[in-house]
Design a protein around this ligand. Structure first.
Ligand code: ZN
Length: 469
């Protein structure tokens, strides 16, 4: 059964009203904010919208987010009421149930719980993240003309060479941060804790996939400032994410390999994660915390999952659908995520990607894809651990502009295509295993498969907020 959510109220009207005039051309507000970051860099070199227009767009976004979030919250509480009703029916002594009626009710409750957890996840994570992206794009439209002039001037007068880590000819021979090797134990401890807490997904065993990812990561590492051995692990999880733990432990999740479209995108993500290790971000943020403390919350979530408590069902199904996973459960301190550190990792990552001969714009293209077509649902975890904000995109574009031009930058390789082929099998196997896996959280057997709230890849956020059945 595929249940659609009936959520048609005024938002679409708001969107329709928010059409803007820019120059002679009429541009619907929605279209502007659906442009990719790379397109916006070009489109917004000159001021295109007045401050009044930008303000009205900002107001629309704010209202849109409120309407959309409250709609899913209401939806979740509606499911909650239906669950209560069904539970009352189970206990109703005046109307005793046959075995088959009882079974149907169990299935119904099970399904409602899934729907409820999805609605909660959309309200708490996916929708706010989609709107964060929209806001970052609006900031870009507003501020890019000035930044663009700034960058052009720096390029012209040569002052760009004095930027932080501007000595890109010396990558590998300069010291971004001393004593990277001191973090190895910290990383090992974290991995052990994750395994104990039952948080570490199993590894992908397919050698074609693992060897390929390792090759790309090594190539980037060899052209970076990394001074610890790199350990690459490919996790069999549908989450679109990658992360690095202090001391050189790089984790790439299967979902990320499915989401990248070329080798330069993958290299861009690898370069970014590696930079957190090089600059010792995880270590710096962890200085005051104990690893065990970091995992306390995560371990609690895992405990609920493993014992099948109803409280964990939201997390459980969100993990099942790949909405989020480790990215949302792991402490951001451990991953070295803070606004400043993201900017640093973007800059270094772009340098390493470029130095390895890859097109450094791959990272922005990947970010763009997540922001424009996948971000609001599948990318919840990616954006949680890689928050979207204006400076990030501006600084990344600035770094790319300042790097010496290379003639032949790699975007795609035939090895990438071979990996993708091998990945099809890995994914199919994982799906099969998941279907056959007995779930502690679905104690009633023989029910129809759980419903999914209606959404499609690439659907703009307004659609899910106002979809009609
Ligand atoms: Zn990062």
């Amino acid at each position: 059964m595929r249940q659609r959510i009936c959520l048609w109220v005024g938002l679409t009207i708001v969107v329709l009203l928010a059409s803007l005039h820019a120059g002679d051309k009429k541009i619907p507000a929605d279209d502007v904010l659906q442009k990719s970051y790379l397109d916006l860099f070009e489109w917004a070199e000159q001021p295109k919208l007045s401050s009044a227009e930008i303000e009205s767009l900002r107001e629309n976004l704010k209202r849109g987010q409120e309407v959309c979030v409250s709609r899913f919250k209401q939806q979740a509480s509606q499911y909650g009421k239906e669950i209560e009703q069904a539970q009352k029916q189970l206990k109703d002594e005046k109307k005793p149930l046959t075995d088959s009626q009882r079974h149907d009710l169990h299935c119904r409750i099970q399904n409602l719980r899934v729907l409820q957890s999805q609605a909660q996840m959309l309200a708490a994570h996916a929708i706010p993240i989609a709107y964060e992206n929209r806001k970052a794009k609006l900031d870009l439209i507003e501020q890019w003309p000035k930044k663009f002039t700034e960058i052009s001037n720096q390029l012209e007068n040569g002052s760009y060479r004095n930027r932080r880590w501007g000595d890109v000819q010396d990558i590998g021979f300069r010291e971004v941060e001393k004593d990277q090797a001191n973090d190895i134990k910290e990383g090992q401890d974290a991995i052990r804790e994750m395994k104990t807490a039952g948080l570490m997904p199993k590894e992908v065993e397919n050698t074609a996939v693992v060897d390929y990812v390792t090759r790309v990561a090594r190539r980037v590492a060899e052209h970076s400032d990394l001074k610890v051995p790199l350990k690459v692990t490919v996790l069999d999880s549908k989450e679109i994410n990658a992360f690095a733990l202090p001391g050189g432990f790089l984790f790439i999740e299967r979902g990320l390999l499915e989401a990248v479209d070329d080798e330069s995108e993958l290299a861009g993500v690898v370069g970014h994660e590696m930079s957190h290790v090089v600059a010792r971000h995880g270590h710096k943020l962890m200085m005051k915390a104990q690893i065990a403390g970091i995992f306390f919350q995560a371990a609690q979530v895992a405990a609920v999952l493993l014992t099948g408590g109803a409280a964990g069902i939201g997390t459980y199904y969100a993990l099942q659908y790949g909405f989020y996973g480790l990215g949302l459960v792991l402490d951001l301190k451990l991953l070295g995520v803070s606004r400043d550190f993201e900017l640093q990792a973007d800059q270094l990552g772009i340098q390493y990607t470029w130095n390895s001969g890859y097109d450094p714009a791959g990272f922005i293209r990947f970010f763009d894809k997540m922001a424009t077509t996948k971000g609001y649902v599948e990318g919840a975890s990616w954006f949680y651990s890689h928050p979207p904000f204006l400076e990030r995109m501006v600084e990344a574009q600035r770094e790319i502009t300042f790097l010496p031009k290379k003639k032949e930058l790699v975007i795609q390789t035939s090895e990438f295509e071979v990996m993708k082929q091998a990945l099809v099998e890995v994914t199919a196997k994982a799906k099969q295993e998941e279907e056959n896996k007995p779930s502690l959280l679905a104690p009633e057997k023989g029910c129809p498969p759980p419903s999914k709230l209606e959404y499609e890849d690439g659907q703009p956020i307004e659609t899910i907020c106002s979809s009609r059945s």
